[in-house]
Each structure stands twice: as structure tokens, then as C-alpha cells.
Design a protein around this ligand. Structure first.
Ligand code: GLU
Length: 280
């Protein structure tokens, strides 16, 4: 299989040095293996995605000297596929409808117990309030994966990671997914799919063999690997790279406009300067 990596930014703000690092690492790995480097526009959140940010992604990457193969995939072109997949999981009894607000979840959460995490990759771990309520779809604000049933149906044994911090095989266990992740959201009333569902379908549809992305997504990988197995999709090799941090050690965020690639570009920096700034 041809080595295939991708860069998948959201067009909700300017790309910054952290994005540059991620894109360059994924690009260079593909080029070094004679493989493909894909670009995807992760515009699931239509309330925040803007065409001018998407255009700036193309401009920034081109300026950095990165080239991508094949057409750009845009998530907003695939909402019907995401919905069909959720319907398929629902038909297998692996989902439930939920109407809990963030505040409901907080109020229903059990008192913190020693050794049991309160938060997972998606924030506060869902306490299960709606799991057996069989709410009509019209009352639901989101659809969740029933983690216990999903694990029983198809938890794979492990996934492979090649990134520096967690290199190796990572075994999966039902108890771990139940207690540290819980019933994650697959779709919301105003969003056709959650990031987890979309990323799994997108990577599979585009033949991604190596999912290269920031270390902050490592904990969510177990959700992706479970969904791939439930849906009969291949699991890529994962490579979570270190995050670019500011001088105080905080990871860069979208609002760090001061670190925007466009800003360096306007100020006369060269792509080589940007590579050097991020340590590449
Ligand atoms: N759109 C995601 C992000 O910006 C990337 C997801 C991924 O690489 O899996 O964090």
C-alpha cells in the first residue's frame, strides 16, 4: 500500500507555527517514502468555517513549498455519508440519543473518586443519564456511541504508534475505554458528525496509511481505532508528533495570531526560517 499521510486543518482561523510543523512533518514523511501527501479541509463546524481561512490554508502551504496530491477533500461535502454511517451504527444498537446539556452532565457526574478520571479526550466523561431512556430523535440534541456495547461488539486488540512520545503497540481494553473515554458524541443536532466519526471515515475514504498529527490527539486515538473496527475499516499507523509551544510552554492556539504563518510571510521571513523556528 502506498504510504499516504495527510494534513487536516480546520478553516476557522489562521494557521500558525504548530500547523506548519504538523504539515511539514506529514509532507516530508510522505515524500521520503515516495508516498502521497493529502490535504483535507476539516470544516465540520460550519458555524466557524470561513472561505477566506480556507484560501489562506492553500496560500500558506504553497508558500511553505508543500505540495499535496490529488483533490482536496472537504468534510462539508460528505455530511450525507457521515449520517448514513451513524444510522448504520444505530441499527446495530450501538448508539443512543441524548439531550443532556453540558450543565446536566456536570450536575449528574459522580463525586470524584480516587483513581477514576473525570475528564477524557472529549471533556467531562458522560455519566450515562440518557443511555437507557430511548428518547425520540426529535427530543435529542446529540447521538452518542454506547461505549460498552461498542467495545463488546468490536474492540480491536491494539494499534501501532510511531511518534516519539508513545512509540510502540498500544493494547486496548474495554474497561479503559469505559472509564477514561465513555459514551462519546457521534453527531449533534447542528453538526452532521463529530470529529471522531468524520476523521475515521475521511482517513479510510482517502486511503490514509499514516495518520500524522499532534500529540494532543493521542488519547482520542482509541476512539478512532474502535470505530474503524466496528465499521470494517483499516486502521492506519498513528504518528503523534510533539506540539510547538510558546515561550511560556503553552501550546499554540488558533488565537495566537502573532504566530500565524501569514504574519511571518508578510514580515519577510522565508520558508526556511519557519522550518528553523519549529526545529525542522
Ligand atoms: N482537524 C483536526 C485538527 O485540526 C485534525 C484531525 C486529525 O489530524 O486527525 O485538530
Amino acid at each position: 500500500m502506498t504510504f499516504t499521510s495527510r494534513f487536516a486543518p480546520s478553516p476557522t482561523g489562521p494557521l500558525h507555527l504548530g500547523h506548519a510543523y504538523s504539515a511539514i512533518v506529514a509532507h516530508d514523511m510522505a515524500r521520503a517514502s515516495g508516498g502521497r501527501f493529502l490535504l483535507r479541509i476539516d470544516d465540520l463546524d460550519q458555524s466557524r468555517a470561513r472561505p477566506h481561512w480556507e484560501q489562506q490554508i492553500y496560500d500558506d502551504l504553497t508558500w511553505l513549498g508543500l505540495t499535496w496530491d490529488g483533490p482536496v477533500r472537504r468534510q462539508s461535502d460528505h455530511f450525507a455519508e457521515y449520517e448514513a454511517t451513524i444510522a448504520q451504527l444505530a441499527a446495530q444498537g450501538l448508539t443512543f440519543t441524548c439531550q443532556c446539556s453540558r450543565r446536566d452532565i456536570e450536575a449528574a457526574a459522580n463525586a470524584p473518586q480516587e483513581g477514576v478520571p473525570e475528564f477524557g479526550p472529549d471533556g467531562r466523561i458522560y455519566p450515562g443519564t440518557c443511555r437507557h431512556r430511548a428518547l425520540p430523535a426529535s427530543d435529542a440534541t446529540c447521538t452518542r456511541l454506547d461505549m460498552t456495547r461498542a467495545c463488546i461488539r468490536g474492540l480491536p486488540a491494539a494499534f501501532t504508534e510511531t511518534g516519539p512520545a508513545h512509540r510502540g503497540q498500544h493494547a486496548l481494553s474495554q474497561q479503559d475505554l469505559e472509564t477514561t473515554i465513555g459514551d462519546v458524541v457521534l453527531a449533534r443536532r447542528n453538526m452532521a458528525a463529530s470529529y471522531h466519526l468524520a476523521v475515521v471515515l475521511d482517513d479510510a475514504a482517502t486511503g490514509v496509511t499514516h495518520a500524522v498529527r499532534g500529540e494532543d490527539l493521542f488519547d482520542a486515538t482509541r476512539i478512532h481505532v474502535l470505530l474503524q473496527n466496528l465499521l470494517g475499516l483499516p486502521t492506519p499507523t498513528y504518528h503523534h508528533h510533539a506540539l510547538v509551544r510558546d515561550d511560556s510552554g503553552k501550546r499554540l492556539a488558533k488565537r495566537d495570531d502573532a504566530r500565524a504563518i501569514a504574519k511571518y510571510r508578510e514580515e519577510g521571513a522565508t520558508p526556511a526560517d519557519v522550518r528553523a523556528l519549529v526545529g525542522l
